[in-house]
Design a protein around this ligand. Structure first.
Ligand code: ZN
Length: 311
């Protein structure tokens, strides 16, 4: 372990995805506003080493010298009660990271140089309305090699956030084999160039085993969050080296049908789509273009132009 652990109530992780953080799931359930028995957890940030620090102490313990106060992170129980578990705090003196977990043994913390710093408070291990999820992020330098050409800051932020969701879902997906999961997640470390596709017939395209994704924002973004994540993961599967045959559309007797697990929908890029929301986009009306092309940049990789993506 190295790098910063970050905790927030925002599902999208605030600016975490755009700064090399990967999603690590839900630590537990806390409160966005004061509830009986709860106390505010104050959030501090050290710009020198990138560490986020959370404490129930209003004065920030020893934080103020090097840390900047960032407001109340969440509310949690001060004392243990029914349906609550401790949130343990660990600290790594080597990189200055504070790490919080409900695991009494600290997960991998002890063997990674962290030392125990006690209990910060108590939270629900399971959803318990009106509690809300406390999302955990980790700065592992994910997406560090991603670049963007001709893409505006808002689109870029959405791509980072949707990529982070796709990366996380791929890691826990039952529709991919372990080697497939490993391979696509490794592809996220590649220098992937993002550019704008203008072909009205496609939503996105990528090169098999390549390092580029072209996105038709006009087509794709109105389709919504799940579709964006499905498409990005599908294209990242291409960047990881996986391909699929040309889709056969109705009225052909042997037309491919979503969820048929067949020659088209059973391939890794299409199975990966299921990781996001359990859906495979149907054939739709956008024409799939699979004419072989050469990469203008590398002149090496075959291109797959994915029509109605996650098609
Ligand atoms: Zn494809």
């Amino acid at each position: 372990m190295s790098g910063d652990h970050f905790y927030c109530l925002d599902f999208r992780g605030e600016i975490a995805p755009a700064n090399g953080y990967e999603r690590e799931g839900i630590t537990g359930y806390v409160y966005a506003a004061q509830q009986p028995g709860t106390v505010p957890i104050f959030r501090w940030y050290n710009p020198a080493n990138g560490d986020h620090f959370y404490t129930a102490d209003p004065s920030g313990e020893l934080a103020p010298q090097s840390y900047t106060y960032e407001g109340i992170g969440w509310y949690m129980f001060k004392d243990r009660n029914v349906n609550s578990v401790p949130l343990y705090r660990w600290y790594n003196p080597n990189n200055g990271d504070h790490f919080y977990t409900t695991d009494a043994t600290g997960e991998l913390a002890p063997q990674s140089g962290y030392r125990s710093e006690g209990i910060t408070g108590y939270l629900h291990p399971n959803p318990s309305p009106p509690s809300v999820p406390l999302y955990r992020w980790y700065n592992s330098g994910l997406f560090r090699n991603f670049t963007f050409t001709g893409i505006d800051p808002t689109q870029k932020a959405t791509l980072f956030e949707r990529h982070s969701w796709a990366y996380y879902r791929a890691g826990i997906c039952g529709n991919l084999s372990q080697p497939e999961k490993d391979r696509v997640r490794q592809a996220y470390r590649k220098p992937i160039v993002h550019s704008v596709a203008t072909d009205p017939n496609i939503n996105a395209s990528a090169f098999i085993n390549g390092q580029s994704i072209a996105i038709n924002f006009t087509n794709l973004f109105p389709l919504g969050d799940d579709e964006i994540a499905q498409t990005l993961l599908h294209e990242m599967m291409h960047c990881a080296g996986y391909t699929h045959p040309r889709r056969i559309d109705p009225p052909a007797a042997n037309a491919d049908v979503p969820y048929d697990g067949g020659k088209y929908y059973g391939t890794p890029p299409l199975r990966a789509e299921l990781c996001i929301a359990g859906e495979q986009s149907d054939a739709g009306t956008i024409r799939l273009m699979l004419a072989p092309q050469t990469d203008a940049t590398t002149r090496a990789c075959p291109v797959v132009n994915d029509g109605d993506e996650g098609d």
